[in-house]
Design a protein around this ligand. Structure first.
Ligand SMILES: C[S@@+](CC[C@H](N)C(=O)[O-])C[C@H]1O[C@@H](n2cnc3c(N)ncnc32)[C@H](O)[C@@H]1O
Length: 242
């Protein structure tokens, strides 16, 4: 399967993003995601769509005994490997989230940050994650918010001077494929309604114990364009327990 993250131009643009240059501290959701991460001491951690491996590193630095990051982009994994010195704890594997084998009762914590909106059938992923978690295991993910993914272009409607007028929410109850523009490239994503996300987790057997809509932190408000991020949700963070 082809993936935009392996496209040279897209990969170059992605490398310029603050979160790629500076890691978790530059990610607008981190101040809300981090407090939801359970104690990782001695735990086994799986990262779905690990990218550069920031969350894998966080897990290893916080006592995880084994970390597996999977991703289907060779370039992203090459970047992750080049930034990883402790190979005895972190393993990276070229593998799609849909293709991973999800061995039964193997992981204590599964995290997925900004990757599940690339998956068409998230209900199956939820069932697989439930299966692969040990009892009392935790699943924490951050997915593009349904209000963000519903419309076609993932973009504002602008006024004649180029200022964002409003965020269009359209075709909300028509889940599925969207071709959007991200970093100057055509990118395929999948829109899932809030009901699909939450019901998918409940049907898989999870108890949902935290839901947050990511808002940029106060200290990022001076970054140009950041105030507009308070006008509509972009990311949905959910924690679910087995
Ligand atoms: C926005 S990046 C996030 C990376 C990382 N989780 C982070 O927060 O820094 C999305 C990642 O998901 C990966 N990805 C997209 N679709 C995937 C799939 N079907 N299976 C595995 N990885 C996928 C991409 O290659 C990319 O590395």
């Amino acid at each position: 399967m082809s993936i935009e993250y392996d496209n040279e131009e897209f990969f170059k643009q992605y490398a310029e993003m603050p979160r790629s240059r500076d890691g978790l501290s530059a990610a607008g959701e981190w101040h809300q995601l981090k407090p939801l991460i359970p104690s990782l001491n001695g735990r086994a951690v799986l990262d779905l769509g690990c990218g550069y491996g920031w969350h894998c590193h966080y897990a290893a630095e916080n006592g995880a005994k084994r970390v597996l990051g999977i991703d289907m982009s060779e370039r992203m994994l090459a970047e992750a490997k080049s930034r990883t010195t402790d190979n005895s704890i972190i393993e990276y594997r070229l593998c799609g989230i849909e293709e991973y084998e999800y061995p039964e009762s193997t992981w204590d914590f599964v995290i997925s940050n900004l990757a599940l909106h690339y998956i068409e059938d998230i209900s199956s992923v939820f069932m697989n994650v439930y299966k692969t978690l040990r009892s009392d295991g935790v699943f924490l993910f951050n997915i593009e918010h349904p209000v963000f993914t519903a419309g076609v272009n993932e973009d504002w409607v602008y006024d004649k001077d180029g200022a964002p007028r409003f965020w269009p929410v359209d075709d909300y109850f028509m889940p599925g494929r969207r071709v959007t523009n991200f970093l100057g490239c055509s990118v395929v994503k999948y829109h899932h309604t809030l009901t699909q996300i939450i019901s998918g987790l409940l049907n898989a057997g999870f108890t949902v114990d935290a839901v947050e809509e990511a808002e940029p932190p106060e200290e990022m408000m001076d970054i140009p364009g950041m105030k507009d991020e308070l006008r509509r949700p972009m990311m949905l963070i959910v924690r679910a327990k087995k």
